[in-house]
Ligand binder design. Sequence first.
Ligand code: ADP
Length: 260
Amino acid sequence: KQTIKELKEEVAKRKEAEYKIKESLRKERELNELKTKFLSLVSHEFKTPLSGILTSATLAGKYTETEQQDKREKHLKTIQSKVKYLNNILNDFLSIERLESGKASYKFEVFPLSKVVNEVIYNANMLLKDGQKINYPSNIDEIIVDFDEKILELSLTNLINNAIKYSPEYTTIDVVVIPEKENICIQIIDEGMGIPQKEQKYIFNRYFRAENALLDQGTGIGLNIVKSHLENLGGTITFESEQSKGSIFTISFPTKNHTN
Ligand code: ADP
């Protein structure tokens, strides 16, 4: 026969077991909600560019005559730029996965800075709005760096694409390179909507998007992963911004890899 004390212990144990089950159910529900949120974010993000691709592909297929060559090319360019955009988002998602699972691996390579900068600007040119232009840095021909090329490309792509996205038509984006003793600083300067002062502290949080940016497409992932990757590689990212005036994003990274 159980004593009162034993009975009380038994009840306490059951309560604890019940609490644990409830807790794990709650966690599972939270995880499911997060997954649903993520899936809806992804679907939403892919829907508009995909329907744009479909329209352009259909129209490009209609312009078969030689004199319609220009129109066809315009639509093919649209397809190319939208596919690039989707590809960038997928790369960001893959980055998160690698950063989270601790599987982010880096590869240092020696390469001319101009190679990556020119390529990123070339691709970004396809996304420009009417009257927007990007000024190339003028002083990079001689600069050789020893860094992870893919991460530099991903960082600059994110920053330049943001500068385009969050700036209106007929504005200029400057890419400025400042070589320092052991680092290279690259600034992306835009004349866009800027980031409201009170939201600036959240800007590197994953999924965070400022109030004034919500009309544009976006996932709130780019800056978060750029920061994580750069910091893993001894670099930094900072910004200054004024609402309705523009933003300056600055990345800095070591030009020599000291781990070799
Ligand atoms: P996304 O652009 O996909 O929303 P990011 O992580 O690249 O995600 O940026 C997070 C948020 O920071 C954006 O939603 C926007 O509110 C703000 N932001 C980033 N870059 C700029 C910029 N150049 N000008 C104004 N706001 C910006």
